[in-house]
Design a protein around this ligand. Structure first.
Ligand SMILES: Cc1cc2nc3c(=O)[nH]c(=O)nc-3n(C[C@H](O)[C@H](O)[C@H](O)COP(=O)(O)OP(=O)(O)OC[C@H]3O[C@@H](n4cnc5c(N)ncnc54)[C@H](O)[C@@H]3O)c2cc1C
Length: 363
């Protein structure tokens, strides 16, 4: 029999981008969570992904990339619990936390992100470092600053892999850097963006391996189709998003990859008192990206309050395309929007302006 169960009318799990926007929205609307409501996040601050490559490139300090949670939570009547959800039972409405607490919720909102997948066999002979979660990545990066690695392989030919590769060049001028893309570089963007990115990587002396999906890591070597291709000191994973194990077994309707299927009101398809947003969720035409998570935040904030009050929910409409700005470590950026692709200082200034404006709004 379960003892010491804490009851909470509303529980927010993960201080992801969508929850940050929701809470700021509540502050401006004067909403307060019902008494006893909780926010659960492993750390007392949230990291903003858009500025992480700038932090690695030495353009920002850590504090500039973090949103402190205590004040924001207090302003809307949420108690901040620094722990991690380890199990969810969607049918019984119970959460288990890593610190041993059990919580029974009435309404739950999940915005706990996703980690980078390891889409290959590996024998633990090399250190694998996910670009997310950010606290672990930043911790390792900081320890490398005093003892730079000889050679790093970065896996992932999307925006995050590109940005990290050019930023790491600034941190580690003498380290050999190799970027592996399982397809062509930046394959979801216009071909011109990939051409601009290839030139930037060449200039930064990052060796680019396109159409080279790493199949396995054995005895410290990376393999592509049974051929050893590199023996780096460590591997950085910027390989997209993978759902955590608890999502697959929590009883919520999930897609084939374990992401929580939601409706346009951001509710679980199977359990309407559970909301999900950002990278942990699955909604048609909604890529896993900070831009989309941020846009969901406003609707989510209103819908959580509406759910509690029993009023009508709003509908989230994903934007048909989003502006992509890829930081290039020197203050400039690559830009793509629809079929347009360009680069330059102006794009970098626009990225900084958008990122710093977001952080000003959050703090
Ligand atoms: C290097 C890099 C750069 C990026 N740059 C951009 C960019 O410029 N623009 C863009 O649109 N996207 C960018 N992305 C993608 C972006 O990071 C994600 O799409 C975005 O962060 C998703 O936000 P989210 O709201 O799902 O939650 P996240 O921002 O991922 O936050 C999840 C939160 O939940 C917490 N959490 C995790 N597990 C648990 C748990 N079990 N219990 C409680 N809390 C938990 C985490 O600690 C974290 O605080 C970048 C990604 C990387 C790796």
């Amino acid at each position: 029999m379960q003892t010491n169960i804490r009851n909470a009318p509303l529980v927010l799990v993960g201080a992801g981008h969508a929850h940050l926007v929701s809470l700021r929205h509540w502050v401006t609307q004067g909403y307060r969570a019902p008494a006893g409501s909780l926010m659960i996040n492993p750390e007392p601050q949230a990291w903003y992904s858009g500025m992480m490559p700038g932090l690695i490139a030495g353009r920002f300090q850590s504090e500039q990339c973090q949103v402190p949670l205590a004040g924001l939570c207090a302003a809307v009547g949420l108690e901040l619990v620094c722990s991690k959800l380890s199990e969810l039972n969607a049918d019984t409405g119970l959460l288990e936390l890593a610190d041993g607490q059990t919580i029974e919720f009435e309404t739950l909102s999940l915005n706990s992100g996703a980690a980078a997948p390891t889409p290959f066999e590996h024998d633990q002979s090399l250190q694998l470092l996910g670009a997310k979660p950010f606290p672990g990545f930043i911790h390792q990066w900081q320890s490398w600053l005093s003892s730079p690695p000889r050679q790093l392989a970065i896996l992932g030919g999307g925006a995050a892999g590109f940005e990290l590769a050019v930023a790491l060049r600034i941190s580690f001028p003498d380290t050999l850097l190799d970027l592996f893309s399982s397809r062509t570089l930046l394959s979801g963007h216009p071909p011109r963006l990939a051409r601009l990115a290839r030139a930037r990587l060449k200039h930064a002396q990052v060796t680019l391996h396109e159409n080279q999906p790493i199949d396995s890591i054995t005895d410290g070597q990376l393999y592509v189709q049974s051929s050893a291709v590199l023996q780096p000191q460590a591997v950085i994973l910027a390989t997209g998003t993978a759902a955590p194990a608890w999502q697959r077994r929590c009883g919520l309707d999930c897609d084939a990859d374990g992401f929580i299927r939601i409706n346009p009101q951001l509710q679980s398809l199977s359990h309407p008192s559970i909301f999900a947003s950002g990278d942990c969720a699955s909604l048609p035409d909604t890529p896993h990206s900070g831009v989309y998570a941020v846009r969901q935040g406003g609707v989510l904030g209103d819908n959580l309050m509406a759910q509690i009050k029993g009023t009508a929910l709003k509908t989230y409409q994903p934007q048909p395309s989003a502006l992509a700005l890829l930081a290039c470590a020197d203050g400039s950026a690559l830009l793509s929007y629809g079929s347009l692709a360009t680069e330059g200082r102006l794009a970098g200034k626009l990225k900084d302006w958008l990122d710093l404006r977001f952080m000003r709004q959050m703090t």
